[in-house]
Ligand binder design. Structure first.
Ligand SMILES: *Cc1c(COP(=O)(O)O)cnc(C)c1O
Length: 483
């Protein structure tokens, strides 16, 4: 291979000159832009970050990079940019204009106002997390939510912990260590990128016995696989997929009956925990937790931040006897929920208890009728037009109300589309991806969808007041876009 030398290649002496023009640390530390960070970064931190920026610059110079700015200016610019990046909070609010209600990457369920207030009330004070003022002594943290979960699901006992993955792990660890757990080949689910049922099973120390075929598993397949070492029959909600066509699975009732006749535990991982009877539009796929327990599931597990609309928790609910065994397991200590989570969860459950679940954001977004969405989309379109009316680029954008395909998300109703409305923006110059990027990186980030070369702002998952913020971010994106 012949390696050609480019004419503008840096010579050794160019490189040495460039390295010598890097400003001194003291000079940079004392510059006004660096001192401006003193409120959020202590001096040693500022020094380290500047050093990191200079190291990067040195590496680029030694690699022979060419720059369009003088090296001293570039050093200051890179140091300031890195300081700004490191000083900024990264976990921050965004506006969900994707139309996916339970969006795992965007934090799943936004909490109800009452749940937020409950967190605020206890976060900065001592509280009754593990204390009963009546008893004058210790009371388990689970007591704040157990009775409520039992009321709302018909379970005899319940336990709330860190998340549903932890709930499944703990239940299997407590009920089937070293024993066989039988489940259908059609339910060897992966949820997200890290929760795989076969791996959780092996992690718990249980031995997985997968029976049937991907599309068909009959109750006789389970029956034939039972040995004296079998502890548990497991049913897993196929959260994010559906097997269509010739497909059969054993029913909950059949599994419950088989488990009872052989003295086995029947456990069901429900994924989403539905605590109310949804309107007919939703009732076809997802059963309320209460119905699953009534049909004979010995214990069920579900998440708190999916259809339930609360904070991240996992719940195990079921018989007193099984929950008793689970509550004694040492792993619980590593999976317990913290006080802020329990405060939010208790407050959310109390909204159900009061029959006010319609005020929980996730449920409001799922049950909202199409006319209300259309109204919202029209209002958003007006605001977007208003926001750029004065801009030179206004004529560049075609802004219209469109029908959208929204989704529940969070592994519920995987293939059901929720018909909704949104606003489509077609950018005359510049691509939809460029505009979407502008929206995502605005001071208040807006996360849109993209379809047919248009940015689509779905209105279903917007919270009150979001329309005005979107308009501001849109104006910002338009100002920042090259023209
Ligand atoms: C979402 C889901 C999980 C994981 O729940 P997390 O609360 O995210 O840990 C487990 N099983 C099923 C069936 C799910 O849908």
């Amino acid at each position: 291979m012949v390696i050609g030398y480019e004419e503008q290649m840096m010579t050794d002496s160019d490189i040495n000159n460039a390295l010598r023009s890097i400003p001194s640390m003291d000079g940079l530390l004392n510059a006004a832009w660096a001192r401006a960070f003193s409120g959020c970064l202590e001096r040693e931190a500022v020094k380290k970050i500047i050093a990191e920026a200079l190291d990067g610059l040195k590496r680029d110079i030694c690699a022979g990079a060419q720059f369009s700015l003088p090296v001293d200016e570039l050093a200051a610019l890179r140091a300031e940019n890195l300081l700004r990046e490191r000083a900024a909070k990264t976990l921050k609010p965004v506006i969900n204009a994707t139309g996916v209600v339970v969006h795992t990457n965007l934090g799943r369920a936004p909490l109800a106002d009452e749940a937020i207030r409950a967190v605020n009330e206890i976060a900065g004070t001592y509280n009754t997390l593990e204390y009963s003022p009546e008893k004058g002594g210790r009371e388990g943290r689970n007591a704040h939510v157990e009775w409520l979960v039992c009321q709302l699901t018909g379970a005899e006992a319940a336990l709330a912990l860190n998340n549903n993955a932890g709930a499944v792990l703990l239940a299997l660890s407590a009920l089937a260590p070293g024993r066989e757990v039988i489940l259908s080949c059609g339910e060897l689910v992966e949820i997200g990128d890290s929760f795989r049922i076969p791996e959780i099973l092996s992690f718990s120390g249980a031995k997985m016995i997968a029976v049937g075929c991907t599309n068909v598993t009959r109750i006789s397949d389970y029956r034939k696989a039972i040995t004296e070492n079998t502890a548990l029959l497991l049913k897993v909600h196929p959260s994010n997929y559906r097997i269509e066509g010739f497909a059969k699975s054993a029913s909950r009732e059949e599994l419950a009956e088989l488990a009872a006749s052989r003295n086995l535990v029947f456990m069901e991982d429900l994924g989403s925990g539905l605590l109310y009877q949804p309107s007919p539009a939703f009732a076809n796929r997802e059963q309320p937790v209460r119905d699953c327990l009534k049909a004979g599931s010995g214990i069920v597990t579900f998440s708190g931040d999916k259809l339930l609309g609360g904070p991240q928790v996992g719940v195990i609910a079921g018989s007193k006897d099984l929950l008793g065994r689970i509550k004694r397991h040492q792993l619980l200590r590593a999976l317990r929920a913290d006080k802020m989570t329990l405060a939010a969860f208790e407050a959310t459950l109390r909204m159900y208890l009061a029959g006010r679940q319609g005020e929980i954001p996730v449920i409001r977004m799922l049950e909202v009728d199409k006319d209300a969405l259309l109204k919202k989309a029209r209002a958003l379109r007006r605001m977007l037009k208003g926001a750029v009316a004065a801009s030179m680029n206004a004529a560049d954008f075609a802004i219209s109300v469109v029908e959208t395909e929204d989704a529940v998300g969070g592994g519920a109703y995987p293939t059901d589309i929720l018909p909704g409305y949104g606003v489509a923006i077609r950018a005359g110059s510049g691509s939809a991806e460029m505009l979407a990027r502008g929206l995502r990186t605005a001071r208040i980030p807006v996360i849109p969808g993209i379809r047919d070369g248009c940015v689509i702002l779905h209105v279903r998952a917007l919270l009150s007041g979001d329309e005005r913020l979107i308009a501001a971010s849109f104006a910002e994106a338009v100002r920042a876009s090259p023209h």
